[in-house]
Design a protein around this ligand. Structure first.
Ligand code: FES
Length: 181
């Protein structure tokens, strides 16, 4: 018969030396301080990213979209328009457009291409004289008011002016539903 001998292991004894205790306290505080510094290094850019747009002033630019005689009376056409205050990473999405119509000899009207429901680009249907949104069936009359579907507001209008024969649109940051009320 085999007899196994049990060996007893001594549990570590807590240091009662004051020097050990103060060293341990020092390292605990050092770890907490380093954790706080790391948290601040990682967290500050995130806070800046969230808060910065609140303090950024939206730019408004007058953009020349063509000469008066480039546009036929009564015709609605798409003209390129750039978001004047794009985010640094906006890239191609900063390039947008507007629907422009020459109503009189010197009178123009311009609408945002973004549907006021969820921002999809709307299309002008020449024959029906309606703006149509392909996303959820939103329909707008030629004056930008809502004809049917879910859009909660008329189309956003841009200011237009004629200066020395140039047609200029006052570009504003791309309007989205949450900025409208
Ligand atoms: S985004 Fe135009 S109807 Fe929904």
């Amino acid at each position: 018969m085999n007899e196994t001998k049990s060996t007893s292991h001594a549990l570590p004894v807590a240091p009662d030396n004051p020097a050990d205790l103060s060293r341990r306290g020092f390292f605990e505080k050092l770890c907490l301080a380093l954790g706080g510094v790391c948290g601040a290094i990682l967290g500050l850019p995130l806070v800046g990213f969230i808060v910065a747009p609140l303090f950024r002033k939206a730019r408004e630019d007058w953009i020349t979209v063509g000469k008066v005689n480039d546009f036929a009376l009564g015709k609605t056409v798409s003209v390129p328009l750039e978001d004047p205050s794009p985010l640094p990473w906006a890239g191609i999405t900063a390039k947008s457009a507007a629907w422009l119509r020459r109503e009189t000899d010197q009178g123009f009207i311009a609408f945002s291409v973004n549907c006021t429901h969820l921002g999809c680009p709307i299309r002008w249907m020449e024959g029906a004289e309606l703006f149509m949104c392909p996303c959820h069936g939103g329909v707008y009359y030629k004056d930008g008011t809502v004809a049917a579907g879910p859009p909660p507001h008329p189309l956003v209008r841009y200011e237009v002016r004629v200066e020395n024969g140039d047609v200029k649109i006052k570009s504003i940051a791309v309007p989205i539903t949450t900025t409208l009320s």
